[in-house]
Design a protein around this ligand. Structure first.
Ligand SMILES: C[S@@+](CC[C@H](N)C(=O)[O-])C[C@H]1O[C@@H](n2cnc3c(N)ncnc32)[C@H](O)[C@@H]1O
Length: 209
């Protein structure tokens, strides 16, 4: 029998299985990201701050891989009076359920949809695309197609603001940063085995450049 394995904060999987954004992960996602992504709240803050340059009344925003709707929550907290339309997409229905629950306040301005971001026909003349840490889950072929699609859908002067996870061109630096990253997780009360298990589980689902 395979041993049960934990990634942290109630997130579990069976040893050898790939990382999946299922109900188990979704229900613990907001805590998990803060334990395992350095400066997660700062990232969210900067995404909202940068958005200001591209948003005016009537603007539309797509959030690609919106998970639990944290970016939408922060965006509408920062701009409560802007008449903007936000659509967040995610493949995981459990994530979308939580995103809807967290964003009941701005129902008229916010929509969450279960969909594959590669298969959507985005509106022409879009003001802003956001994507926080979703691109690492797309392979290079899908990414290229998506970048082109986004570019064609953007209005002149519109923007794609995204956060990616990348490899360093220096193996020395890559090694150092990875170790600092593991230290960060341990300092945030993840155990050594949780850190290792997460790292193993994403071997085949993440493609970094
Ligand atoms: C690391 S999470 C994104 C975090 C989120 N943007 C935030 O600000 O907290 C990656 C998300 O991308 C979603 N995802 C991965 N591939 C996708 C695809 N092809 N289409 C839609 N969503 C996708 C996953 O379900 C997951 O919720």
């Amino acid at each position: 029998m395979k041993a049960k394995n934990f990634f942290g904060r109630g997130i579990s999987s069976i040893e050898g299985s790939d990382w999946k954004f299922n109900s188990n992960v979704s229900n613990n996602f907001d805590k998990h990201v803060r334990q395992s992504i350095p400066m997660y709240d700062e990232i969210q803050k900067y995404i909202c701050s940068l958005s200001e340059w591209f948003l005016k009344d009537g603007s539309n925003i797509y959030d690609l891989g919106c998970s639990t709707g944290e970016t939408a929550k922060n965006l509408f907290k920062k701009f409560p009076n802007k008449k903007i339309k936000y659509v967040g997409y995610d493949l995981s229905k459990e994530m979308i359920k939580i995103a809807e629950r967290k964003n009941t306040k701005n129902k008229k301005k916010i929509q969450f949809k279960i969909a594959d971001i590669n298969k959507i026909n985005y509106k022409k003349n879009t003001d802003l695309f956001l994507s926080v840490l979703t691109f690492p889950f797309l392979n290079s072929q899908k990414r290229l197609k998506l970048y082109k699609k986004i570019y064609k859908s953007l209005k002149h002067g519109g923007s794609l603001i995204f956060v990616d996870k990348i490899r360093s061109s220096s193996s020395n630096f890559e090694d150092m940063i990875n170790q600092v990253y593991f230290d960060f997780k341990i300092e945030n009360k993840l155990s050594h085995s949780q850190v290792l298990n997460k790292s193993k589980s994403i071997r085949s689902s993440m493609q970094l450049f």
